[in-house]
Ligand binder design. Structure first.
Ligand code: NAD
Length: 355
């Protein structure tokens, strides 16, 4: 059900953007405080704000629009793009852009911009929230005291000091994970197609993916999801993981083959998993649609079911793609999105995604 438009905001006053043309820009998944901030900072354009994600319910309201700013909840695929013949810019309010069909955008000469660095420390801090929740059994500990019990039986955890953390992907978020890991006096190893000098300065040692899987007590994923990274942890290589290791994924669900993860957790090979992202998480969000005539998007029901099994396992903690969600990070997202739109209007490429 569409939650309808928050408001339209058209201004003919002189633009604060040098190029004189007035753009029609639609913002999706937007909160009230963001509306106010955008209105203050983008003047001279026709703005439309939606609280909900872009969908077939609201797309007819923006069919002549030049630009959209949206979050990761809706797939921007051929079907959606077909309905937006005038679209020239997608400003995704996220780092990841795997929800956008870049090939289609390229064909249609639609520029795609993202927000590359808004949540480096934010996601890294959430990564450690998941690690510590598992290493110190925080969730069952709290459940117990909520029941009025003050008993430590079965709640013994493990220290992070001197443990090896293996970072798959050593980019921006990973750097902050390594910085925090250093504070815990952990050994840090990493795998990436590129070596990051700053990581080496922090004390990270680059190894092969195989070596990382074998040696890490904690594996944390910090990769984009694309053809080369899809199921980078899979039924074959998950067997080589160190016994009793834990795996943390705050990047994208598709990096891990869900069935392989479930089997390793259920068999006790893996001690635990902390997941902020799941394969088919978009379907979980809308799974009530399964009961309606038509499911909004194709969905792998087996993976969906496996996710439900994961949610119930005692050694798995799952957060609902919430790692980015700090006030400071959201402010940075909105500010950079505004800059991306302004730059586009000025004929510049700012944070353009390579297509
Ligand atoms: P980044 O681009 O700075 O780092 C990604 C790293 O992955 C790069 O160093 C790159 O070389 C490496 N890489 C790419 N393909 C690879 C491959 N095939 N094998 C090995 N290494 C490869 O990205 P980042 O800012 O650190 O973000 C990482 C991911 O985190 C994003 O792509 C996004 O999907 C995810 N993310 C999640 C949230 C959340 O709320 N859970 C928020 C922001 C970002």
């Amino acid at each position: 059900m569409s939650r309808t438009i928050v408001l339209d905001h058209a201004q003919n006053a002189s633009s604060d953007i040098s190029n004189g043309t007035i753009m029609k820009i639609a913002f999706f998944d937007i909160e009230d405080w963001e509306v106010e901030h955008i209105k203050k900072n983008i003047k001279g354009h026709e703005l439309k704000f939606f609280k909900e994600s872009i969908s077939k319910n609201n797309i007819s309201l923006i069919k002549n629009y030049d630009a959209i700013a949206s979050f990761i909840y809706a797939k921007l695929d051929k079907k959606i793009l077909d309905r937006l013949p005038k679209l020239k810019l997608i400003a995704t309010m996220s780092t990841g852009y795997d929800h956008i069909d870049l090939k289609e955008c390229n064909k249609r000469k639609i520029m795609v911009c993202n927000v590359p660095y808004y949540g480096e420390n934010t996601v890294a801090e959430h990564t450690f929230a998941l690690i510590l929740a598992l290493s110190r059994k925080i969730y069952p500990s709290i459940q117990r005291t909520k029941m009025g019990l003050f008993d430590v039986n079965g709640l013994r955890g493990f220290d992070l000091k001197d443990k090896t953390i293996g970072l798959i992907g050593t980019g921006h978020i990973s750097f902050h994970v390594a910085r925090i890991a250093k504070g815990f006096e952990m050994k840090i190893i990493g795998y990436d197609i590129f070596k990051n000098k700053d990581m080496i300065k922090l004390g990270l040692k680059y190894v092969s993916l195989n070596e990382l899987l074998k040696k890490s007590d904690i594996i944390s994923l910090h990769l984009p999801l694309n053809k080369s990274t899809f199921h980078i942890i899979n039924s074959k290589n998950i067997k080589t993981l160190k016994n009793n290791s834990i795996i943390i994924n705050t990047a994208r669900g598709g990096l891990i083959e869900t069935s392989a993860l479930g089997k390793s957790l259920a068999s006790g090979k893996l001690l635990g998993a902390g997941l902020d992202v799941l394969e088919e998480e978009g379907c979980i969000k809308h799974e009530d649609e399964l009961l309606r005539k038509k499911f909004r998007k194709p969905c792998n029901i087996k993976t969906l079911l496996e996710n439900h099994v994961l949610m119930k396992l005692d050694n798995v903690i799952i957060t609902p793609h919430n790692a980015f969600n700090s006030q400071e990070a959201l402010q940075r997202i909105i500010d950079v999105t505004i800059e991306n739109i302004k730059a586009f209007h000025n004929g510049k490429t700012f944070n353009a995604v390579k297509q």
